[in-house]
Design a protein around this ligand. Structure first.
Ligand SMILES: Cc1cc2nc3c(=O)[nH]c(=O)nc-3n(C[C@H](O)[C@H](O)[C@H](O)COP(=O)(O)OP(=O)(O)OC[C@H]3O[C@@H](n4cnc5c(N)ncnc54)[C@H](O)[C@@H]3O)c2cc1C
Length: 429
């Protein structure tokens, strides 16, 4: 099946795509951005606001990739505990990584507010739940770590936790009061509209290919026309193609599946995630859920490792929802879709600057809605030369092809199967 965003909830709720032009002739700009997701659009917005001539080239339409069909969770932080970064990067760099990584929802909310984007943004908090007794210690470590840095987190167990989830399956959770949710496609379209109004050009159905350095600048082809730019940002995340050698092999595009129910009947809506927090289960391959502004249960997790919009192929996600809230067995699942999460070998986002004037950003490991939106301002600063790559808030590293890349999806499938098995065992007791 060819990959499509067609059955994603947001596309169906938000109506047809605004009509973006297709590149119809040669183009010269200061900065060319390849990829029209949150990374590319936020960067374009900030560049245009700084008076830089910038154009975005998107192979499909803005938001076609992960940005327009994700779980809509705004979760502060990266995949590891703050103190882990001290050991890995040293105190100075860790301080800037943590300051940035855990402020991304604040930054995104402030940007949405400043631009007046209507995207159903709510900030009821993020619950990181221990899915079984054996996960409690890890979640508690994260809580203690965040607490030590003065972050606004609460520890919840028993009745207090059940009051927020509507069930008693999770033994404990931490609540980060900064988290929230958003309609991600509305956010994409809001950023694209704001970027265009600030002067950015946005081209849809204009896949970039044949990127090459030329005379101190860059050239590539999009829709059969030549594009020249002093600088280029590649922001293709899990959809990277052959544009830059080795990029497609530097991370694993893992499909994550999402189901959205019909708007829940009012009695059920009052019992399922009644606090309207967003929730994800602890672990690296996780289940995530929320009840959106329209009262739909939006739940995601493991599913087929190929493009799919067939709810039947996502039975594991539906069964998990019904296991947590048995009353959901009676609701219709209106939308089913999946998309590619860019997973890196060390589960950290990646920034590369392999050549003068070329920047590459990807690898948000399923935590990219707020992260990529917030990163855009910094990428823009780096592309204007007002900060160096050394002062970006995330480390700039050399790009590495993953050894045996073709076989990594099998390894990920194995990890998913193992986590399913562990969950099955946990559910038995
Ligand atoms: C199912 C799912 C659920 C998720 N849930 C969450 C969540 O709840 N919370 C969270 O924080 N994160 C979540 N994520 C991750 C988050 O959506 C991503 O990290 C984020 O959207 C990445 O944005 P991006 O702009 O870097 O990439 P994308 O939005 O994927 O955009 C990349 C774009 O590049 C384009 N492209 C590729 N090659 C070319 C080319 N040669 N020329 C032109 N264009 C090209 C693609 O068409 C694509 O539109 C989820 C992801 C998925 C798939």
């Amino acid at each position: 099946m060819e990959e499509t965003a067609g059955n994603a909830l947001y596309l169906n709720q938000n109506g047809p795509e605004p009509s973006w032009p297709v590149l119809a002739g040669p183009k010269t700009v200061d900065v060319a951005i390849v990829g029209g997701g949150l990374t590319g659009l936020s960067t374009a917005l900030h560049l245009a606001e700084a008076g830089v001539s910038v154009a975005v080239f998107e192979a499909h339409v803005p938001g076609w990739g992960a940005s327009g069909r994700n779980g809509g969770q705004l979760n502060p932080g990266l995949k590891f505990d703050p103190s882990w970064f001290n050991e890995r990067f040293g105190e100075d760099q860790a301080r800037s990584i943590v300051a940035f990584g855990w402020s991304t929802v604040d930054v995104t909310a402030a940007l949405v507010d400043r631009l007046g984007i209507d995207c159903d943004l709510r900030r009821n908090g993020t619950l990181r739940a221990a899915a079984s007794e054996r996960d409690i210690a890890g979640v508690r470590r994260t809580y203690d770590d965040m607490r030590a840095l003065g972050m606004p987190v609460d520890w919840l167990e028993g009745e207090a936790l059940a009051a927020l989830t509507g069930h008693q399956h999770y033994p404990a959770a931490l609540l980060d009061r900064r988290g929230g949710d958003v309609d991600p496609l509305k956010l994409v379209r809001g950023l694209a509209g704001s970027a265009a109004r600030a002067g950015a050009e946005i081209f849809a159905r204009s896949r970039a290919s044949d990127l090459a350095e030329q005379g101190g600048g860059w050239r590539f082809t999009a829709n059969g026309h030549e594009v020249r730019a002093a600088k280029v940002l590649i922001a293709c995340n899990g959809y990277a193609d052959r544009l830059w050698p080795g990029l497609a092999e530097a991370s694993v595009p893992v499909f994550s599946s999402v189901l959205a129910s019909e708007p829940l009947p009012s009695d059920l809506a009052a019992r399922v995630m009644p606090g309207r927090q967003v929730l994800y289960e602890s672990g690296l391959v996780t289940v995530y859920c929320r009840v959106d502004a329209a009262g739909r249960m939006v739940i995601g997790g493991r599913g087929p490792m190929r493009p799919s919009s067939d709810a039947a192929s996502m039975g594991a996600v539906r069964r998990h929802a019904e296991h947590l809230w048995p009353a959901l067995a009676s609701v219709e699942w209106d939308y089913a879709w999946n998309g590619r999460v860019s997973i890196t070998p060390d589960h950290l986002p990646k920034l590369h600057a392999p050549w003068a004037g070329l920047l590459i950003a990807y690898g948000y490991n399923g935590r990219g809605v707020a992260l990529s939106t917030a990163l855009g301002a910094h990428l823009a600063e780096s592309l204007t030369g007002s900060v160096t790559t050394e002062t970006l808030p995330l480390p700039v590293s050399d790009m590495k092809r993953m050894a045996f890349h073709r076989f990594w999806p099998i390894g990920v499938q194995g990890a998913i199967a193992a986590s399913r098995f562990r969950q099955m065992i946990a559910d038995l007791f």
